[in-house]
Design a protein around this ligand. Structure first.
Ligand code: GLC
Length: 630
């Protein structure tokens, strides 16, 4: 075994290993020259103390070179196009959709049949929830992966997935898949070998003979799924303890071992070569552990991401990473850069949209847009109203304190409000992972059920539309949870399924609601009202270049229920977005709007309006106005 040495020595060794593995082509060599110094520095920081550092790095380069040589030609062409236009995903034409393959369409063939609908809807991005081989029964909705190279046979095959990716590409839709790289299922081959004591794999996971180390780590780690098990470890049948941040059958990989990095990079490149455009970096905050810390968002987690990014840049350069870091906003932002992930979920905007709807007060959201929305050039938010996961109140206590709001009490209020324990609530949510020790909880429920449609609140439809209007206009890729566009309601039947009843998130992961899709053209129904208004907004967004990119300037209306921001355009024009989260009509007076030309174009209704008359915002109403700043 050889440890890492100088850049030059390690470069020579890596190229020799790549040469032994097959022909190294010029295109690869060019990118290797660009990326290797970075990768070498990262490997030295992460694995400088290991005696196998150079071997693993050489293996990695050989693997990257082979993977590139096997990359299908059409994907190489796509790489070229992406490199020519690296900010392709910031366009106002982008619209994402997300669904479970089985729940939405039965299997991959069913998803293929939905392509015409996806096109009609205007999707340019489709996230298929984890579709890999997984243990039967308990599998965390596919996030317990038994093999990254096999599609769950009940959904289809890897060939079908690659074909689907090609068809989506033709339809102008990028395929997004999860890269579940923090953990594997306990029945993954590596996990089985690790437990059996296979020397090549025993260091792949964090396994301890007794409670000494687990107890020490748990002094400072958070409980993520306390309903399943306390702390961060679970006990193996032989009495030992293994790290499991999430469910007991999802075992965390040990990235302090460079063999783990190299092995996972191999799985990543395999997926990239199936035609995936964006990899969703699942549970990214948890990938590095260090005694005495929270084991979340550590500096090494960033080094690891940068190293994965360098490998991708060598062997699949058109593919992007999307960060899934549902943590404090100061930490979320650290994952977003050309060096790490150029896309990221925007959990703060999501949570604060719901916060504003509950409180009828938009100030926290306004503050977040002004303070925490800005991003490095060439990166983008993914803005969602809800996802397959719970809603957690991830705002910063410091931010809330500035508005006189105490974070802990406010979270308790929001949980009570959305979980239907507050007398004035319109929401029909269900608590997720309530922790009696800490009082923490999160919220499950579909958009329509949380917004009041299930409760029969007459404002429910308006709230659904308003929440989406915000996600579509602040900047970034708006992401629809498919089914939300027809106001899908909670599905309580998960409670009858033994594999699902302990995870309340299934309440908002119902089957594709066929009845509601049938009703989508009927304006007498909630499904029809939501669908017609959302599809109209999608069409308007599509024709509004100001909604591309991420630039945003706050606009203050002296009324706590009104959210305001401007999206700059060209020639002094901006789109002014105003949203009223309150239950009362608001008139924005001419003085407040005096910084603009008197004639404004209401781009939602395609009419000109005179700002001297002020602007009326109905309860839960909003306006998108193209105006010229004076
Ligand atoms: C991510 C997924 C979530 C899953 C967890 C563990 O947070 O979004 O659904 O339970 O990772 O994989």
């Amino acid at each position: 075994m050889t440890p890492l040495s100088t850049l030059e020595d390690d470069r020579t060794a890596a190229l020799a290993a790549a040469g032994d593995a097959g022909r190294v082509d010029d295109a690869f060599l060019g990118r290797f020259d660009e990326q290797f110094p970075r990768l070498h520095r990262l490997f030295t920081q992460l694995y400088g103390g290991r005696d196998d550092g150079q071997d693993r790095l050489s293996e990695l380069i050989a693997l990257a070179s082979t993977s590139w040589s096997r990359r299908p030609l059409e994907l190489k062409v796509r790489d070229g196009a992406r490199l020519d236009q690296p900010d392709w995903f910031t366009s106002e034409r982008m619209l994402g959709g997300v669904c479970y393959v089985d729940r939405y369409a039965g299997n991959l063939a069913g998803i293929r049949d939905q392509i015409p609908y996806f096109r009609d809807l205007g999707l340019t991005y489709l996230h298929l929830m984890p579709l890999f081989d997984t243990p039967d029964g308990d599998n965390d909705g596919g996030y317990a992966v038994s093999s990254y190279r096999r599609v769950n046979p009940s959904l289809g095959s890897m060939e079908q997935l690659a074909e689907l990716a090609a068809e989506l590409r033709l339809a102008g839709i990028s395929l997004v898949l999860d890269f579940v790289f923090n953990h594997t299922a306990s029945n993954h081959e590596w996990a089985q070998k690790a437990v059996a004591g296979d020397p090549a794999f025993e260091d792949f996971y964090l396994i301890f003979d007794d409670r000494e180390m687990p107890d020490a780590y748990e002094q400072t780690t958070r409980e993520i799924f306390p309903d399943d098990h306390p702390g961060s470890f679970v006990q193996l049948e032989d009495g030992r303890w293994i790290w499991a941040t999430f469910y007991r059958y999802q075992w965390d990989l040990n990235y302090a071992n460079p063999a783990v990095f190299t092995a996972m990079a191999g799985e990543m490149l395999f997926l990239a070569n199936q035609g995936v455009d964006i990899l969703r970096m699942d549970a990214v905050a948890f990938i590095w552990k260090q005694l005495g810390t929270a084991c979340e968002s550590l500096p090494e987690a960033h080094l690891l991401l940068q190293a994965f990014n360098a490998v991708l840049a060598m062997a699949a350069p058109g593919v992007e990473f999307k960060s899934e870091a549902i943590v404090h906003p100061d930490e979320v932002i650290e994952y977003i850069s050309a060096d790490e992930c150029r896309l990221s979920y925007n959990p703060l905007q999501m949570a604060l949209t719901w916060e504003a709807l509950a409180t009828r007060d938009a100030r926290l959201l306004q503050q977040a847009l002004e303070r925490r929305h800005s991003l490095p050039a060439g990166t983008a938010w993914v803005n969602y109203v809800r996802s397959h996961d719970d809603i957690g109140w991830t705002f910063a206590d410091e931010d809330a304190a500035e508005l006189g709001i105490e974070g802990g009490a406010h979270r308790r209020f929001l949980n009570a409000f959305y979980n239907g324990r507050h007398e004035d609530s319109f929401a029909r949510g269900v608590p997720f992972q309530e922790n009696p020790k800490t009082g923490d909880a999160r919220v499950a429920g579909t958009t329509a059920s949380l917004a009041g449609i299930e409760a029969g609140d007459p404002a429910g439809v308006d709230r659904v539309v308003l929440a989406h209007a915000i996600a579509m206009s602040t900047g970034g890729i708006p992401l629809l949870y498919l089914g939300d566009e027809v106001a899908q309601l909670n599905d309580p039947s998960y409670a009858d399924d033994p594999a699902r009843r302990d995870d309340t998130r299934w309440v908002h992961r119902g089957q594709r609601p066929r009845d509601r899709y049938f009703q989508r053209t009927d304006l007498e129904t909630d499904a029809g009202r939501v669908f017609s208004r959302l599809t109209h907004l999608i069409a308007v967004r599509h024709q509004t270049p100001e909604f591309g990119g991420n630039d945003l300037v706050g606009f203050h209306v002296p009324k706590a229920s009104v959210l305001g921001y401007q999206r700059p355009g060209t020639d002094g024009q901006v789109v002014l977005a105003l949203a009223n989260v309150g239950d009362e009509q608001v008139v924005v007076d001419p003085l407040t709007l005096s910084g603009f030309d008197r004639t404004a174009r209401d781009i939602v209704h395609a009419v000109d309006i005179d700002l001297d008359e002020g602007l009326v915002l109905s309860p839960h109403g909003f306006a998108w106005l193209r105006v010229r700043a004076l």
